[in-house]
Design a protein around this ligand. Structure first.
Ligand code: NAP
Length: 282
């Protein structure tokens, strides 16, 4: 059993981004990422802070917009509009979830598709569907990068994704399909979930329930990817997979923390670099 080291792979990706950023800066372009945080959700604050640190590490400029929870839809949309029009800002992301009363879809659609480095805009989602895209969503793309780094081939494999969110489950399934996996998507109405997950050569858990995937749901020798960022009964960060009991059945497994999470941020850096290049015709 090999524990996939997301920290190591993400450090390599960021190193490459930093190298390319240096070259870009020589040409007069410093990639800029704007991050909008509305309200004071503690987990969102941590994510935003990590994104800011990654920007500093690779040589980007980061622009942080912390707005109070009472921010109106109009105020938020007008900030997005302003950022869309600023040349020094190449990527815009609005940390989700938004406080109640704000329309996430409207905000996502307001971000210019060229600056949509999360790849959540419907134009970008559609382009992913047909396999002609500039940006891929950070978490699924980070997972694909991690599989590649460990020479784990998807072609012809039975891939099972638990979860069908627009952010993780659905795009993850699409990227596995692009790599010629045979993909099954499971969700809360799936019958006999265990029977389905037990067929998986590659099992991706994106459920949001701590230690949801137990050893009896996993085939011997499977590759298990844990997207979850949950809290256990003691408030400690854990994943959707019961790591201690599942790990010995796997050929590869990602830990939480130190697996998918760092890859998500590294991919965000890759996307922002690409946005800066595209917007400057470089
Ligand atoms: P989400 O929008 O809440 O989606 C959860 C999915 O799990 C839904 O499709 C739901 O099915 C399914 N589900 C819930 N209960 C189930 C059950 N008993 N059996 C089978 N399926 C079930 O969550 P998300 O945004 O995709 O995030 C999933 C997890 O990944 C969370 O822990 C989140 O914090 C984490 N995450 C991590 C990163 C990272 O960078 N590491 C990034 C994003 C998210 P229905 O559709 O039928 O309701």
């Amino acid at each position: 059993m090999i524990i996939i080291d997301g920290k190591k792979v993400s450090a390599e990706v960021k190193e490459q981004v930093a190298k390319e950023t240096k070259e870009l800066i020589k040409k007069g372009v410093t990639p800029g990422l704007a991050v909008i945080l509305v309200g004071d959700d503690p987990a969102s604050k941590v994510y935003v802070n990590n994104k800011k640190k990654a920007c500093e590490l690779v040589g980007f400029k980061s622009y942080e917009y912390k707005l109070p929870a009472e921010t109106t839809q109009e105020e938020l949309l007008s900030l997005v509009e302003e950022l869309n029009n600023r040349k020094e800002i190449n990527g815009i992301l609005c940390q989700l979830p938004l406080p109640k009363g704000l329309d996430e879809n409207a905000v996502i659609e307001a971000i210019s598709p060229e600056k949509d480095v999360d790849a959540f805009h419907k134009q970008n989602v559609g382009r992913i569907m047909i396999g002609d895209y500039d940006f891929l969503p950070c978490t699924p793309a980070g997972i694909m990068e991690m599989l590649k780094a460990y020479d784990i081939s998807v072609e012809g494999k039975d891939c099972v994704v638990i979860g069908r969110s627009n952010i993780v489950g659905k795009p993850m399934s699409m990227l596995l399909l692009h790599q010629n996996g045979t993909v099954t998507i499971c969700h809360s109405r799936t019958k006999n979930l265990k029977e389905v997950t037990k067929r998986a050569d590659i099992l991706v858990a994106a459920v949001g329930i701590p230690k949801f995937v137990t050893a009896d749901m996993v085939k011997d020798g499977a590759v298990v990817i844990d997207v979850g960022m949950d809290r256990d009964e003691n408030g400690k960060l854990c994943g959707d997979v019961d790591f201690e009991n599942v790990k010995d059945k796997c050929s590869y497994i990602t830990p939480v923390p130190g697996g998918v999470g760092p890859m998500t941020i590294a991919t965000l850096m890759k996307n922002t670099l690409k946005a800066a290049k595209l917007q400057n015709n470089l």
